[in-house]
Structures are given as structure tokens and as C-alpha cells.
Write a protein of this length. Structure first.
Length: 134
């Protein structure tokens, strides 16, 4: 087990997902502002490309092969939580993956593993062979 995880008294996976949702939203907002967008309407509309269950599930699938067993355990536990209130537009599989992605982000943020968190978020946001961000 990762030594930072072993030494941490982690909150519930749903609390980690809640925290991860906020941390991921901040990452997206920062990325969009750095891209040159400045109007709140444009920022809000573009952020929807990144914070939906479908988009987060896709991001999770991009990094899944890089995760440690401990990280995969957090993802599995969050995705299997019985407290999921899935939106009508998201498939159950996408919603479970997105919730797991959020819990992973929340856990890495909570244990202050910012290097790993940034690396995984950067990779999760890469699309295509050209390395464009999504």
C-alpha cells in the first residue's frame, strides 16, 4: 500500500468523490483560463466538456492502466457505492467510472500527492495522438 495512503485516515469514498469533483473542476477552470478564455459564459460552456459523467469516464479510461492497486481500489469502492444518484443522460458504467475518477482525484488531493495528481490529470485530459487537451 502507498505509504501516504497507509498513514492517512481517509474519509469515505463518497466524501473523496465530493472533494475530487471540486478539485477537478478547479483544474478545468485553470486550464480554460490559461487557454485564453475570459468571458464567464464561454468558460462555463466549455467547462461542460470536461465535468460530465461521460467526459470523466473517458478520462478515467485514459489513465486506468497507470493506476496502482491502491488507486484502483479507491476507484472500485467509489463506483460500487450504493449512494450513486445517476443523471438520466449518463450510462451506469460511465457514472460509476466518473465517480471513481472523482474519488481518485479526491484521494490524491487529500493525501497531498500533488505530483501524482497533476500527472494523472494532465494525462487524463490528453486526447488523440496529437496531445491536444480535452
Amino acid at each position: 500500500m502507498h505509504e501516504k495512503i497507509m498513514g492517512a485516515s481517509l474519509p469515505s469514498v463518497m466524501a473523496l468523490a465530493y472533494l475530487g469533483d471540486a478539485r477537478h473542476a478547479l483544474y478545468v477552470r485553470e486550464m480554460l483560463v490559461k487557454s485564453g478564455l475570459s468571458k464567464p459564459k464561454d468558460l462555463n460552456l466549455r467547462s461542460l466538456d470536461y465535468v460530465t459523467a461521460e467526459a470523466q469516464a473517458e478520462m478515467y479510461r485514459r489513465i486506468e492502466h497507470l493506476l496502482t492497486e491502491d488507486e484502483l481500489d479507491i476507484v472500485r469502492r467509489a463506483g460500487n457505492s450504493g449512494h450513486l444518484n445517476r443523471p438520466k443522460h449518463a450510462s451506469p458504467a460511465d457514472y460509476r467510472a466518473a465517480t471513481g475518477f472523482e474519488a481518485l482525484v479526491g484521494m490524491l488531493y487529500y493525501i497531498n500527492d500533488n505530483e501524482r495528481l497533476t500527472m494523472l490529470l494532465d494525462l487524463a485530459h490528453k486526447t488523440s495522438d496529437e496531445g491536444e487537451e480535452k
